[in-house]
Design a protein around this ligand. Sequence first.
Ligand SMILES: NC(=O)C1=CN([C@@H]2O[C@H](COP(=O)(O)OP(=O)(O)OC[C@H]3O[C@@H](n4cnc5c(N)ncnc54)[C@H](OP(=O)(O)O)[C@@H]3O)[C@@H](O)[C@H]2O)C=CC1
Ligand SMILES: Cc1cn([C@H]2C[C@H](O)[C@@H](COP(=O)(O)OP(=O)(O)O[C@H]3O[C@@H](C)C(=O)[C@@H](O)[C@H]3O)O2)c(=O)[nH]c1=O
Ligand SMILES: [Mg+2]
Length: 297
Amino acid sequence: MRVLVIGRTGQIATELLPRLAAAGHDPLALEPPDFDLTDAAQVAGAFERFRPEAVVNCAAYTAVDKAEEQRAMAFAVNATGPRLLGEAAAGAGIPVIHYSTDYVFDGAKDTPYAETDAPDPVGAYGASKLAGELLLHLAQPRSVTLRTAWVCSPHGGNFVKTMLRFGKERPEMRVVADQHGAPTFAADLADAAVTLLPRLASAPAGDPVFGVTHLTGAPYTTWHGFAEAIFAAAARRGQPAPKLTAIGTADYPTPARRPTNSRLDCSRAAAVLGIPPADWREGLERCLDQLMKDPAA
Ligand SMILES: NC(=O)C1=CN([C@@H]2O[C@H](COP(=O)(O)OP(=O)(O)OC[C@H]3O[C@@H](n4cnc5c(N)ncnc54)[C@H](OP(=O)(O)O)[C@@H]3O)[C@@H](O)[C@H]2O)C=CC1
Ligand SMILES: Cc1cn([C@H]2C[C@H](O)[C@@H](COP(=O)(O)OP(=O)(O)O[C@H]3O[C@@H](C)C(=O)[C@@H](O)[C@H]3O)O2)c(=O)[nH]c1=O
Ligand SMILES: [Mg+2]
């Protein structure tokens, strides 16, 4: 299948491209400076030239704090972008796979969020991502949005790499222990897209495979719990571990607010998509093994 991948060097795209090729697909990946998702003419041009049979959108504006100042930019990439893709995909009669975030929720609920819970983002990034979901599915109902959280991989910027970098430089790390969620490895999200593609090609509008589905790793933890696991795994590989201190969100002020409860209920992914949550502790081991082999990744 000719698969148009928006984004090329981001976390999910980096994991997805080799998997698409290995599964016998023909992927074309586009990203700046050659391609701008927010430009309608460029999106239309890409569809005309490549004639894709499916689209996977791995592109996003993911700088959560910077988005508070660069709201217009965040909305252009995260809301207008998916709308343009949805319109082009609907015109071509092809399905879309898209990724969204736990940050669409305010975090006030005290149990995991289901797809039926009302989103109410507390920051610009979450608001822009929510707008993108709505606009995409309005334009092309034959779309799947995988709402995920805390994405990590050996590539690009993420919490694992931040902890490893600071952990080498600092004797003590202070990490918030009152934000709950589940890390998700980009490799597992890429696998999900590869699993879904053949099914989407033949599924008609209205098929339950389409729509928003929660998909994160398991089990639930906190950022502090995740940091503990990262430093324990690094220590097993001979890396020095800093002293790790649990703090509250109030002790770690940031420009953007983040939800206290980021836990997503992933039972729909298992039941409807046949994709159960992957154990992030296994993803972490593979990620660290890869980073040890190629620290520049
Ligand atoms: N990272 C996380 O913790 C989470 C991510 N997600 C979602 O998962 C998806 C993938 O995230 P992730 O892989 O981490 O993202 P990254 O930040 O690693 O990569 C984003 C990619 O988007 C590209 N991009 C940005 N602007 C444009 C544009 N205008 N046109 C084309 N491409 C553009 C970037 O290119 P360039 O580098 O050149 O700007 C980059 O390659 C996103 O939808 C994100 O919202 C959901 C939950 C958590
Ligand atoms: C670096 C650091 C962060 N923290 C806190 C800040 C924050 O609450 C949490 C995670 O930090 P990050 O900067 O990785 O957080 P953030 O960039 O908000 O991560 C989010 O990115 C977007 C794209 C998403 O969609 C979300 O699912 C989520 O992964 O840890 C500490 O407590 N101590 C530290 O030393
Ligand atoms: Mg970040």
